[in-house]
Design a protein around this ligand. Structure first.
Ligand SMILES: Nc1ncnc2c1ncn2[C@@H]1O[C@H](COP(=O)(O)OP(=O)(O)O)[C@@H](O)[C@H]1O
Ligand SMILES: [Mg+2]
Length: 417
């Protein structure tokens, strides 16, 4: 097990393009850190530099406090699990798992190798498949074989590059929980790359959001969601995504596309003397006015909305509301949408209502929203003006306490078993 430290890491490929541009991250011993961001933002490049498959142009990479920039991959003692698993079709599952041990030529006796295979197979529930060939396994089983190969090596850390992207949605969900459980049980430092924000949020102790080779924010999932540093992080994390609306400010009030509302002190302080901001409201911060929880009712605001389309999903109902954007923020929001691989639907916002709501396609209805939950962004710098550093720190601290507690529970369970 090990800590991994990235200090101002830069990667320029042959053409001088900076695929990774000055990234610094401290990964603690036993921590599960996710690298997430849209396709092409430099995630794989960063991971490959950590394992040693790619040279580092500048910056320092340390494992357990010692510089490893010049070390060959095999001397770094890290285990990588790739997207396509890289299994050998002619070898049995058992021999695929044993493969890294065989490469060490004579370091382990046959007996030791057998024990390691069986230990990994037990952890991964692969015992009855050890004599089968990979071609006869399901996608999830193949994925587990690939993980078995990482486990037997007793590597200092596991590195995953989009390991679940070839699996269907249901299996992806299952494997996600298996990986999380395994990581807790083994308490092995793990760096995991994905472009999927759900995977990032559910797996990571901390999540690093990358954009165009630069680190935007690294924080606990909850701090990312509730206290994002900028428009990019706010828009990337969350599904359906946060709604961004032009907000014109005058005389202590903000005019959003659906109405004018008096500013609370919190919002007034954040906005300062700006006349135009981008307001951010998550879908769940709206409700059907008829169904608002009475305890929330007096702090909220209501407005009339023309509903375009609704989607009833059982647990909640999504309703889409078209709005007129403001010219001066339109290009900013379009650019953001392109970067986030969006579908270019930023001229409607989405609200997540109680599933009991009877709002339907084409309705004129009264919606409620919570101004306390509203974020405000600077349209020039994209900075989240409503971010509260203290709250963000508290969320990260609580997250770290929870992580330690769950590691302890996992080791107590393992000791009992
Ligand atoms: N071998 C390479 N040579 C030149 N450019 C590359 C190479 N590999 C990746 N890149 C570029 O570096 C950027 C980051 O790529 P990558 O790390 O694969 O992103 P991600 O894994 O986040 O999708 C992309 O713009 C990509 O085109
Ligand atoms: Mg990649």
């Amino acid at each position: 097990m090990a800590s991994i430290t990235l200090k101002d890491i830069v990667k320029k490929y042959g053409d001088g393009f900076p695929a990774v541009n000055g990234v610094s991250i401290d990964i603690g011993d036993g921590e599960f850190v996710i690298l997430v961001g849209p396709s092409g933002c430099g995630k794989s490049t960063l991971l490959r530099m950590i394992v040693g498959l790619e040279d580092i142009t500048s910056g320092e990479l340390e494992i357990d406090g010692a510089r490893v920039n010049e070390k060959a991959p095999r001397d770094r003692d890290l285990a990588m699990v790739f997207q396509n698993y890289a299994l050998y079709p002619h070898l049995t599952v058992g021999e695929n798992i044993a493969f890294p041990l065989r490469l060490t030529k004579g370091k382990f006796t046959e007996e030791e190798i057998r024990e390691k295979i069986e230990h990994a197979a037990d952890l991964l529930e692969l015992r009855e498949h050890l004599d089968r060939k990979p071609a006869n396994l399901s996608g999830g089983q193949r994925q587990r074989v690939a993980m078995g190969r990482a486990i037997v090596r007793d590597a200092k850390a596991f590195l995953f590059d989009e390991p679940l992207s070839n699996l269907d949605a249901k299996l992806r969900g299952q494997m996600r929980t298996e990986i999380a459980r395994l990581q807790r049980r083994l308490a092995t430092t793990t760096v995991y790359v994905t472009h999927d924000q759900t995977e990032a949020m559910t797996l990571g102790d901390r999540v690093a959001v990358l954009r165009k080779g630069e680190l935007q924010q690294i924080a606990s999932p909850r701090a990312l969601y509730e206290q994002p540093v900028n428009l990019f992080v706010a828009g990337f994390i969350g599904s359906p995504p946060m709604n961004f609306l032009p907000g014109q400010v005058a005389d202590g009030a903000i005019t959003l596309p659906f109405g004018t509302f008096e500013l609370t002190d919190r919002l007034r302080d954040a906005i300062g003397d700006r006349e135009l901001v981008i307001a951010g409201l998550r879908p769940e911060h709206f409700e059907d006015a008829r169904l608002v929880d009475p305890t929330k009712k007096d702090r909220g605001q209501t407005f009339e909305a023309s509903i375009d389309v609704t989607e009833w999903l059982g647990a909640e109902l999504y309703a889409y509301v078209p709005f007129e954007t403001h010219d001066s923020v339109a290009s900013k929001l379009e650019e953001l949408d392109r970067e986030l691989d969006g579908e270019g639907m930023r001229t409607q916002f989405v609200v997540a209502l109680d599933a009991a709501s009877r709002v339907r396609d084409g309705d004129e209805t009264t919606l409620w929203f919570d101004p306390d939950a509203m974020m405000v962004f600077d349209p020039e710098s994209s900075e989240n003006l409503t971010r509260d550093d203290e709250t963000a720190e508290r969320l990260d601290r609580e997250n770290e306490e929870d992580r330690r507690a769950s590691l302890e529970r996992a080791s107590a369970r393992a000791a009992k078993a």
